[in-house]
Structure formats: structure tokens, C-alpha cells
Design a protein around this ligand. Structure first.
Ligand code: NOJ
Ligand code: NOJ
Length: 652
């Protein structure tokens, strides 16, 4: 049982965490205690996380390496034989830099201004520049002018093509890379650097999005494990997210991505077809069972901290993704001697898939970390929603770890909610502890560890293993990436069409970055709410009818304790007609140590006048109304005005 799950009020630690790993990695040598592997999980993570960040830095070119690795280029591993991983994979690099961009964003949220994060920012710029160049490098998959070359999976570390035989093209790289760059572009916009986002980053993103729109449904290797031809759940989910974010980012920049817009719903349609009824078939038609840890990787990749437990996007807390977690983890219980005797509901070592024989087909660190991460994500989402749903589909997952589980909805005001959260957290921690147990005292994370005795195997210092440790450890502390408004993309077309769209490609070489792109006070990366698909009338076309409804964001500053939730309730039906049971939950997603913000965006009728108040639900379920007279507000009814951000209210 972990009493430090200080979910709502722990945010100060979030930033301390980011700062601590940054600061520690800056010190050249990190001594690792010999007791690391036997100490508590907290103690181990405290030393392993800065070590992992340092491991990523060591595997990335920054101009100081002497071995031909270009600036911004990530090597998969320093291993030069058996296996030779001294190359740069688009996939690994994008996943590693997604972790670094998210770490940077969390660190820049802290306005102590001591500038540690500029180290990360420089790396991010180097990464984006290196990818802009790689996009233009002719390679065995083709050239950049029609996008074919973007499907090339790996390059030499000096940014020249790899011409040996390989499974190519591979379809996941461009989508992964686009999402990484879009996360940084969003930070730029939120901090007032919109023109940098538009001029420098967007053209590179656009090439990758064009590739996705054209190739999401075509043959080749969609398999992230580089083995089987045909579609893969992981890649389809990545591509869906890339197109949705691409559309939203384009709108934020005042541009448009018509091919993102047209293809995203179709990709979402395809995504549904992987669901078997009890798990996601990772590689339909491959002849395997399709229980594969890549489906867990997919679910955490699509994690939206503000999202619902939506099955459509396979959110970590969705019934489908939880059932799948069980199906996948159970498939590794009987095949690895080191998992012997560990029944369903006990944390075990996880590999890629049961039939795997690559380098012995042992468990992998990154998939074992991912099994933990999905559960931390789910816990975050349950807190955010204030309830846990157990359905027929997810019941098996819950029963394994909480034997009294039954179908139903469990609100955060009841004891069951907290009992389930504690059980899931313990289960998640268990996966990290398994990886801890099989991590050598040096702290080094290889690709695999032996199914017989847990010793590290295959590539050493795998960059992706380090990133996987960092993201799992961050989620464990409720440090989450920005939202991508997944709930705006949960409608599925009635019939799926095997379409594609032609985007545009241009060589987007980056010659220099503007200096001093510093954080402008607490990077508020606003989830782009649901951006209307029909553009708002531009100022030049006179508006004649005001919108019928307006999305209004309420912001309430309220200091809360662990387990408390703030609600808004008011005199109109949209605000629950003064009934506390129908009050609307506010989100603590942006609550920090220095800004006790609860907020929510609500769709209200234009012109409506009403009264309202905030409520606090204590951990024991008791409801406390704020004092003072009712608050009053009238929703604007104005041409062209469809989104309103209210000034801060203060709890009284
Ligand atoms: C290299 C790939 O990286 C790996 O995933 C695969 O299993 C082997 N080739 C065997 O095909
Ligand atoms: C093999 C993995 O299967 C693949 O996903 C990865 O990109 C390469 N190794 C490089 O780490």
C-alpha cells in the first residue's frame, strides 16, 4: 500500500522530479549503489532514472561524440555485433525523443528559471534538425519527393543510407516522429513562438503526415518488430493519433491539413477491426495468436490524461485495453522459467510475444516497463474521472488483483474505488520491481534478460529501454504528457473505406533555430478542445448568425487535499440544475504546487444567464459548498465567438 499516492496535491514533486533527473544527469558520473537491485523500488528509481536519462544522452550525437554519430542522431545501442545496433532507427529515435520532449515540457512548467531544461531543448532542436535532413536522404525505400523514402526504417549514424537488405519499407516511423515533433510544436505555440512552430517545425511534420495519409492502408511492414508484413495494431493506432493531432495543430497554426482530416476517421475505423472480443490482435493474418506486448505499447502511446476510458481509442483505462493487458501478460506466465509459479494477477517478466525466438525470445525490459505504465496511466484517468467502471469485458482483469471485483461503477467517494486503485498500483509497481530485480548493479538496461535466470542479453544499453523506464517512472508519479483531445475523435464511420490521400512533400532543411526560446511562465498547453471541423468564418466574411452554443472554460483556484475533487453546479441543466449529484467534475490536470487550478470546458447555450457555485467532495464523500452568494454569468452570444476562457474564480 502506498500512501504517497498524493494524486491531487503532489504536483510540486512532479517538477522536483523532472529537475532532479535533469540535474543528476548533468553530473558526469552517477555512482550506482551496489544494493540497487535489492533496495526498495523507490530507492532504485531514484538512482535509475537519472542514470537512464544519462544513458539516452550518451547514445545521442550532440557534436561531442568522436565516433561519427551526427548531432541529433540516436543510436539504438552501442552494440556493434550480435546484434549490430549501431544504426539509427526512426522508430526508436522518435519514441526516445517523445520522452525527452515530455520531460522538457514538465520541467519548463516550473518557472524557477534556473535553465537546466535548456540542455534538453538543445537536444530537441538537434533531433528535429537531424530528422529534417534524414527525410531528404535517398535510400533503398525511395526518395523524399513522393514520400516513399520516409518509410525507410534505419540509417547509418552519419546520416547516410543503410543499403543492406532489411524489412522495408516500415510504416510506423513517420507517424511516431510526427507526434514527437508536434508535442514540441505545441509547446512553442503555448509559449508564444508560433512562427517558429510554423516556419521551422511544421514543414518537417507535414512530410511525415503526408506519408501517413498515403500509406496507412498499404502493404509493407507495419510491424514495429520488423518481422511480418501486413497491418499492425500498434502502427494503426500511432497513425490515427498522428493524423488527429496533425489536423488540430494545423488549425492552431491557422493552416489546414485536409488529408489528416479526411483520413483520420477511416484509420479510426480500421483500428476497431483489431479487437477480438477479449484482446487486440496485434498482427491479424500473421498466423500468430496476436497476443503481443506491442498492443500495450500502443495503448500507452495513445494515452490522453484528460481522455475518457474510451474503447474506441483503446485508452489505458478502457475495458478493452485492460482485458488486453491481462491476455498479454498471461501469455508470458508459463513460457518463462523466471515467471514460474506467478499466477494471473502477479507481476511477471514480459517479452514481445510468446512465439518470439529473436535472440532467444527472452523477456524485454521495455515491454515489462510498459505493462506497469499502462496501469499507472489508468490510475491517473480514474482519478481524473472520479470513478472506475468494471464491465463484463474488464471484469477478468480486475478479479485477478481484487477478488471481490464485480461489474459496476465505483465512485471516488467510496472505499471500493480506493481499494482497487491500491491493488492496481501494487500490481503496476510489481512490474517495475521485476525489471529492477533483473537489472545489474551497474544500472545498465539491455534489450532482453534471460528467461532462465534474468541476466541481461542481446543489445546492451538499449536507448529505448532507458526511455521506457523514464516514462513508466514519470507516470508512477502522475507526471503525464499533454492531452491530445482524444475524446474529440471517438466517432467511427459506419463503413470503413480503404482510402488514402495525397499530401505534399518538400525538403525542409533547418539551418538555424532562433536563440532563447525560453519558457514564458508555466507553459499552459491548452488541450485544443474539440476544434470544429468546419472552419470558423474568417473576419473578411461578415458573420450574420452567432453560434448557438459556446464552449466555456471555467477556472477555479482551490487548494485541495489528497482525494478531494472540485465540482461546478448551477441553475441550468448543463450545470446540473443545482443538484450536487449532477454537478460537473473539474480537472486537476493543470494543478501545480504554485497554481491550484481546477478547470473544465463545458458546452453552454449562447446567451444563457445562470447562477453557479463550486462544490468540494471530500475523500469520505461529504459535500462542502463554497461560501458567499451565488456566482452569476451570461454566456456571450456573438458572431464568431465560440470559445471562451473565463477568468479565475477563487474558492471561498
Ligand atoms: C531484426 C529486427 O530488429 C528484429 O526485431 C527481428 O526479430 C530480427 N531482425 C529477425 O527478423
Ligand atoms: C528490434 C526491435 O524489434 C525493433 O522494434 C527495434 O526498432 C530495433 N530492434 C532497434 O532497437
Amino acid at each position: 500500500m502506498h500512501h504517497h499516492l498524493l494524486y491531487r496535491s503532489l504536483c510540486a514533486c512532479i517538477f522536483l522530479f523532472s529537475r532532479a533527473i535533469l540535474g543528476a544527469a548533468a553530473a558526469a558520473q552517477i555512482p550506482l549503489s551496489l544494493a540497487a537491485a535489492t533496495g526498495s523500488l523507490d530507492a532504485w528509481l531514484a538512482i535509475e532514472t537519472p542514470f537512464a536519462l544519462n544513458g539516452i544522452f550518451e547514445n545521442t550525437g550532440d557534436g561531442s561524440r568522436q565516433d561519427g554519430v551526427d548531432e541529433g542522431i540516436v543510436i539504438a545501442s552501442p552494440s556493434k555485433e550480435d546484434p549490430d545496433y549501431f544504426y539509427t532507427w526512426t522508430r526508436d529515435s522518435a519514441l526516445v525523443f517523445k520522452c525527452l520532449v515530455d520531460t522538457f515540457i514538465a520541467a519548463s512548467d516550473d518557472d524557477s528559471g534556473d535553465g537546466d531544461e535548456s540542455v534538453l531543448q538543445t537536444r530537441i532542436h538537434q533531433y528535429i534538425s537531424s530528422q529534417a535532413y534524414l527525410q531528404t536522404v535517398w535510400n533503398p525505400s525511395g526518395g523524399w519527393w513522393n514520400g516513399a523514402g520516409l518509410g525507410e526504417p534505419k540509417f547509418q549514424v552519419n546520416s547516410t543510407p543503410f543499403v543492406g537488405s532489411w524489412g522495408r519499407p516500415q510504416a510506423d516511423g513517420p507517424g511516431l516522429r510526427a507526434v514527437t515533433m508536434m508535442a514540441y510544436a505545441r509547446w512553442l505555440i503555448a509559449n508564444g513562438y508560433e512562427s517558429t512552430a510554423e516556419r521551422i517545425v511544421w514543414p518537417v511534420i507535414q512530410n511525415d503526415l503526408s506519408f501517413v495519409a498515403a500509406h496507412w492502408n498499404s502493404s509493407g511492414f507495419a510491424d514495429l518488430w520488423e518481422e511480418v508484413q501486413g497491418l499492425s495494431f500498434f502502427t494503426t493506432l500511432v497513425q490515427h493519433r498522428a493524423l488527429v493531432e496533425g489536423r488540430d495543430l494545423a488549425v492552431e497554426l491557422g493552416l489546414e491539413c485536409a488529408y489528416c482530416e479526411s483520413q483520420a476517421p477511416q484509420v479510426r475505423c480500421l483500428l476497431q477491426t483489431y479487437w477480438t472480443g477479449s484482446y487486440m490482435d496485434s498482427h491479424p493474418g500473421s498466423g500468430r495468436a496476436g497476443k503481443d506486448a506491442s498492443t500495450i505499447l500502443a495503448s500507452i502511446y495513445g494515452f490522453d490524461p484528460d481522455g475518457g476510458c474510451d474503447d474506441i481509442t483503446f485508452q489505458p483505462c478502457s475495458a478493452r485495453a485492460l482485458a488486453n493487458h491481462k491476455a498479454v501478460t498471461d501469455s508470458f506466465r508459463l513460457i518463462y522459467p523466471i515467471n514460474a509459479g506467478l499466477q494471473a494477477g502477479k507481476s511477471v517478466a514480459i517479452g514481445r510475444y510468446a512465439e518470439d525466438v529473436y535472440h532467444g525470445g527472452h523477456p524485454w525490459y521495455l515491454t515489462t516497463f510498459a505493462a506497469a505504465e499502462q496501469l499507472y496511466d489508468a490510475i491517473y484517468q480514474w482519478h481524473n474521472r472520479g470513478s472506475i467502471d468494471i464491465s463484463d469485458v474488464s471484469l477478468g482483469f480486475f478479479k485477478d488483483i481484487y477478488s471481490r471485483a464485480a461489474v459496476g461503477t465505483y465512485a471516488a467517494s467510496g472505499e471500493t474505488f480506493w481499494a482497487i486503485v491500491a491493488a492496481v498500483r501494487e500490481y503496476a509497481d510489481g512490474y517495475l520491481s521485476v525489471a529492477q530485480k533483473y537489472t545489474p548493479d551497474s544500472g545498465e538496461l539491455a534489450e532482453q534478460f534471460s528467461r532462465q535466470n534474468g541476466i541481461p542479453l542481446s543489445a546492451n544499453n538499449l536507448t529505448w529501454s532507458y526511455a521506457a523506464l523514464l516514462t513508466a517512472a514519470a507516470r508512477r508519479r502522475s507526471i503525464v504528457p499533454p492531452s491530445w483531445s482524444e475524446w474529440c475523435s471517438t466517432d467511427v464511420p459506419e463503413t470503413c473505406l480503404p482510402t488514402f490521400a495525397i499530401g505534399s512533400y518538400k525538403a525542409a532543411s533547418i539551418t538555424s533555430w532562433p536563440p532563447a526560446l525560453t519558457s514564458k511562465g508555466g507553459s499552459e498547453i491548452l488541450p485544443p478542445a474539440c476544434i470544429p471541423t468546419t472552419p470558423e468564418p474568417s473576419p473578411t466574411t461578415p458573420c450574420t448568425t452567432p453560434p448557438t452554443s459556446v464552449t466555456v472554460t471555467f477556472n477555479e483556484i482551490a487548494t485541495t487535499e489528497w482525494g478531494e475533487v472540485i465540482f461546478i453546479v448551477g441553475s441550468i441543466p448543463q450545470l446540473g440544475s443545482w443538484k450536487p449529484t449532477d454537478a460537473i467534475t473539474l480537472s486537476a490536470y493543470r494543478y501545480t504546487g504554485s497554481n491550484h487550478l481546477w478547470y473544465q470546458t463545458i458546452n453552454l447555450p449562447s446567451g444563457a444567464s445562470f447562477e453557479y457555485k463550486y462544490l468540494r467532495k471530500k475523500r469520505d464523500g461529504a459535500i462542502v459548498w463554497e461560501g458567499g452568494p451565488n456566482r452569476a454569468y451570461t454566456v456571450p452570444k456573438q458572431c464568431g465567438l465560440s470559445r471562451v476562457m473565463r477568468n479565475d474564480d477563487h474558492w471561498r
